[in-house]
Ligand binder design. Structure first.
Ligand SMILES: [Fe+2]
Ligand SMILES: [Fe+2]
Length: 192
């Protein structure tokens, strides 16, 4: 019989398991914050759907298609939060959507409203990252990195479109060309 055993004791295994469980547990406050973000992604989707409908109503079908793809992107973001919450053992708590705006003065105003909305989303993502960092939730922190980059892209794309719309605003042919150009956008994450 050796003086000591290299086999872990039952007590050691219990405490190791307990420690790992503690480390991996999603806190209630982070679960709530992730649910709030999930809701914001669904609201974003609804906002873009309303914008798509406005463009289609104005017969600007390229802009309408672009907004519809943007709607799908937001559904994709929502599904990422949905699965992350469940994968971490959290509970998904869906909320009702508020009625989005449905009237704008023109295409520039629509895209300005979209940018304003995305800036709000960016702020919310950054707050979520701060919370994950404070709680030392490494999985949450890593998961959220994708969204930080995504928000930079979203804001840059919308800013570029707004700049182009400002350039052509007096020109019907310019607007026609922009409608064609935006209508060429391909869906990255098409909804089934
Ligand atoms: Fe999003
Ligand atoms: Fe977005």
């Amino acid at each position: 019989m050796p003086p000591y055993s290299r086999e872990p004791t039952a007590t050691a295994i219990y405490w190791l398991g307990h420690y790992i469980l503690e480390l991996e547990m999603l806190s209630k406050s982070l679960e709530d914050a992730l649910n709030t973000q999930l809701h914001l992604e669904f609201e974003s989707s609804y906002v873009y759907l309303s914008m798509s409908a406005w463009f289609e109503w104005k017969n600007m079908l390229g802009f309408a298609k672009w907004m519809n793809i943007q709607r799908d992107e937001e559904q994709f973001h929502a599904s990422k939060f949905y699965h992350f919450i469940l994968d971490r053992g959290g509970q998904v708590k869906l909320q009702s959507l508020q009625q989005p705006r449905w009237e704008w003065d023109g295409p520039i105003q629509v895209f300005e409203a979209a940018l304003e909305h995305e800036m709000l989303v960016t702020k919310s993502i950054h707050q979520l990252v701060d919370q994950a960092m404070e709680e030392r939730d490494h999985a949450g922190f890593t998961f959220l990195q994708w969204f930080i980059t995504e928000q930079v892209e979203e804001e840059a794309t919308l800013t570029a479109i707004i700049d182009q719309l400002r350039m052509v605003q007096e020109s019907q042919s310019g607007m026609f060309l922009m409608d064609k150009e935006l209508g060429a956008r391909a869906a990255e994450h098409p909804m089934p």
